[in-house]
Design a protein around this ligand. Structure first.
Ligand SMILES: [Zn+2]
Length: 642
């Protein structure tokens, strides 16, 4: 799969491809937005917004192609809010779904929401209730004070040795409070949800988490599978949870008022787990102060690619000052890219769990290919691609990772939202990669909507007027086909910035000859290149902002190299590179932690010039190892092949 169109749900909902446009598929989202971030008392609003999945992927996530259908005042809850959705169904959506406009029907593909929003829209109990999941009938376990949201072993195969109370994996012991005997829970479907909802209405109390009819029940296209997990919020919660548990009480930000160790100690005592955690010593999942200092140092010494936030500032990184990762995107990067490498050598049992989880998540997020390989494989350049047959395997590994985490971390600290991860594989297999429907673009759109508020006293009215105006202007410009709305081409590879004439060495001339370039009259050297939308800058190895490390493919394996200069010869683009050694993978077959070193002796076979089309579109950050020779390299998309 390399786009939503390849997914089974798209085929089922939208039907076979047609010559002319007969329907468009839309993804909805609703989320609370505060009117003024400085004055929370000013209130908030909820835009019911959509993106058009039928647009090309490089257009559909741009805020100027997204639409707001309704504005709902945030103070309206349950039936008061539901009437907006009923009205939309009766007077707009059902007609658009069945008949459409000029023969083009509008079909609802899915709805992406954060956990509280999903609960409200589905009319279910909160995420911390006894039935914490909108996708299955999994139940929370009673804890000492409140409920615990573990129970991941339920999703293992029946009879798996990992369902036991205690098991050893790669030398580390993972402990639980009991043997797991429950079978995997039943999945919620349209049929059983209908029954539960009807029971809830007749009994006038929640049944299996359902309180009543979901808000979209009058929409003709709204089946139960429409609700998709939101990858962005889940990863944010997970990152916060892990950092709090690992670092414990600190002096700043979210670490400041954190003191749950006493409660966790009592849990461990009562449930008879981690019996060797002695009074006064650190919990087994905790980093010592010295370890936190080393990890802090590691992040501070990192080299970061361009156009991303450096997660350390004023001599402190996110390990001690959580405000360095106040954005969701920062937390996402910490979890998916930094934690696996950064924790190298510390808290081995938890680290193993994180490695398994992140590895599975990275695979479920798809592989990225260079422009040349995308063309060879026939996939859209720059897209994330996943082989359908591998999804089930990675789903199982994800569950195994979660089980390891549950067995090495305080179970009462596990965030109820983490449960969504067990459904990632099933949802990816059904509706495509979760990144295609994640809330990133909706949140960006929310931010832009806030700028349309002119008068905070009458925020909703001015906002509604301005949205109207905005849509009218857009419609006019679409009709006039103004170039800025249509002349966005698909991502490509090109060089940019100042260029100078470049004198080629003999070796470079020879190599260019091998690449089919024989006329070497006009060679220009560039510093900046854009590879399928990503920025790279030559000659920055060793600097704190280092955009010079690229990943490419050689002999079927992923290899890292340093770009010295980008070259333009005969209208074609090349990179003059220095190769780093063949990567070592300390946790092979998990290839998230990658160690390379500089190569002194240039190997004869290593080409000194590569075509820019063979560079994989992912940014690479670098963590120098303490020995001064080795470097850990961390790519932010895809995974290494060896
Ligand atoms: Zn579930």
């Amino acid at each position: 799969m390399s786009d939503v169109y390849d997914s089974p749900r798209w085929r089922e909902k939208m039907g076979a491809p047609t010559e002319t446009l007969t329907r468009i598929g839309v993804q909805y989202c609703v989320d609370g937005v505060s009117i003024s971030s400085r004055r929370p008392a000013a209130g908030s609003f909820k835009p019911w917004q959509l993106l058009n999945l039928s647009l090309a992927p490089w257009l559909r996530y741009k805020t100027r192609h997204m639409l707001v259908q309704m504005l709902i005042p945030a103070e309206l809850k349950s039936s008061a809010a539901a009437k907006y959705y009923d009205w939309a169904a009766e007077y707009e959506m059902n007609d658009l779904h069945l008949r459409g406009v000029s023969g083009v029907r509008v079909l609802l593909y899915g709805v992406t929401l954060d956990a509280p929003g999903r609960r409200e829209l589905l009319n279910m109990q909160t995420v911390s209730a006894f039935f914490p999941c909108p996708h299955c009938l999994h139940t929370a376990q009673p804890g000492r004070g409140k409920q615990c949201f573990g129970g991941y072993r339920r999703f293992l195969d029946v009879g798996s040795p990992w369902r036991q109370r205690r098991f050893v994996y790669e030398g580390y012991t993972y402990e639980f409070r009991d043997d797991e005997r429950r079978a995997p829970p039943v999945v919620r479907t349209d049929n059983n949800v209908n029954t539960m909802v009807r029971l809830a209405i007749t009994r006038n109390r929640p049944v299996c988490g359902h309180k009543g009819q979901p808000f979209l029940h009058k929409w003709s296209a709204a089946d139960w599978d429409r609700s998709m997990c939101d990858w962005m919020h889940d990863m944010k919660c997970m990152c916060e949870m892990l950092l709090k548990g690992l670092v414990g009480k600190g002096n700043n930000g979210m670490y400041k008022n954190w003191s749950k160790d006493q409660a966790h100690r009592q849990d461990c005592f009562i449930f008879e787990v981690f019996a060797n955690w002695h009074e006064g010593s650190l919990p087994p999942w905790r980093l010592s102060q010295e370890a936190v200092r080393i990890l802090d140092m590691r992040v501070r010494r990192m080299w970061w690619p361009h156009y991303m936030d450096i997660l350390s500032k004023d001599g402190h990184s996110f390990w001690t000052h959580s405000d360095r990762i106040y954005k969701c995107a920062n937390k996402f990067y910490v979890l998916m890219v930094l934690l696996p490498t950064c924790l190298h050598g510390f808290v081995p049992a938890v680290h193993k769990a994180i490695l398994l989880i992140c590895n599975a998540l990275r695979h479920l997020d798809g592989q990225v290919f260079s422009a040349a390989e995308s063309a060879r494989r026939g996939v859209l350049p720059g897209s994330h691609t996943i082989p359908k047959q591998s999804i089930l395997y990675w789903g199982k590994q994800l569950v195994r990772g979660l089980v390891l985490l549950e067995g090495s971390f305080p179970v009462s600290l596990l965030n109820p939202n983490m449960h969504h991860l067990v459904h990632y594989a099933q949802q990816t297999a059904l509706a495509g990669l979760l990144r295609w429907v994640a809330m990133w673009s909706f949140e960006r759109h929310n931010k832009q909507l806030k700028t349309l508020i002119r008068n905070p006293q009458q925020a909703l009215a001015t906002l509604a007027n301005n949205i109207h105006m905005n849509i009218a202007i857009r419609q006019m410009s679409y009709e006039e086909r103004s170039p800025d709305n249509f002349e966005e081409s698909r991502p490509s590879c090109y060089l940019n910035g100042r260029n100078k004439s470049y004198a080629l060495s003999q070796q470079e001339k020879f190599r260019l000859g091998m690449l089919g370039i024989h006329c070497l009259d006009e060679v220009r050297g560039f510093d900046v290149a854009y590879v399928l939308g990503l920025h790279f800058k030559a000659g920055e190895w060793g600097k704190r902002r280092c955009g010079s490390v690229v990943v490419t493919q050689r002999g079927g394996c992923s290899r890292y190299c340093i770009v010295k200069k980008f070259l333009k010869v005969q209208g074609q683009y090349f990179a003059r590179v220095m190769w780093l050694s063949t990567p070592e993978y300390p946790y092979d077959p998990i290839r998230l932690v990658v160690r390379v070193r500089m190569v002194r002796q240039v190997e004869e076979n290593d080409p000194c010039v590569i075509h820019i089309n063979t560079i994989v579109p992912c940014r690479v950050s670098v963590l120098p190892d303490t020995d001064g020779i080795h470097f850990f390299v961390m790519r932010d998309a895809g995974y290494d092949r060896a």
